[in-house]
Design a protein around this ligand. Structure first.
Ligand SMILES: [Cu+2]
Length: 160
């Protein structure tokens, strides 16, 4: 019957509202799906890297160095004159596996200096034995550093 025609005309906006409603629901479902998939992904056990002996040996030290002074068997190599800020640390790094005994001073002779790090401000010195020793410099100053085993080795750390 034709009398229903006007009714359909008036109800014309409804399909539009339905479409909008469906879009909204679809968007919500997509959001829910995304949230669900991401949360399940994070819950799924992901294989973590098993720490190897090498990784543990090279683990980051508690104090990270602001500068690195490298050494070989008998010498400082590269830049042995570094400048850091008070409270920062220097890594004394021997990649060749040699032994050095680092002290404040020159020509292999320890000479105490006020404000120097205690590790270096002692005749016993800081022992580098095929590794890297990180030393914090708390006080501003210029600190000459020598090696008692190799008296010609001379480095300098300036702390601003
Ligand atoms: Cu040395």
């Amino acid at each position: 019957m034709y009398p229903t025609q006007p009714d359909r005309g008036r109800s014309a906006p409804h399909p539009v509202r339905w479409a909008v409603g469906l879009l909204g629901v679809t968007a919500l479902l997509l959001l829910a799906a995304c949230g669900g998939s991401s949360s399940s992904a994070s819950e799924s056990p992901t294989p973590t890297t098993v720490p190897t002996a090498t990784a543990m040996a090279t683990a980051t030290p508690a104090v990270s160095a602001a500068a690195t002074i490298t050494m070989d068997e008998f010498n400082f190599t590269g830049n042995a004159q570094v400048t850091i800020k008070a409270g920062q640390a220097v890594s004394f790094d021997d990649t060749h596996g040699s032994i050095h005994i680092l002290v404040i001073g020159t020509n292999g002779q320890f000479q105490a200096q006020k404000g120097a790090p205690p590790e270096l401000n002692s005749a016993n010195g800081a022992h580098v034995d095929g590794d890297a020793v990180t030393i914090t410099f708390p006080t501003a100053g210029t600190y000459p550093i020598t090696c008692t085993l190799h008296p010609h080795m001379q480095a300098s750390v300036t702390v601003k």
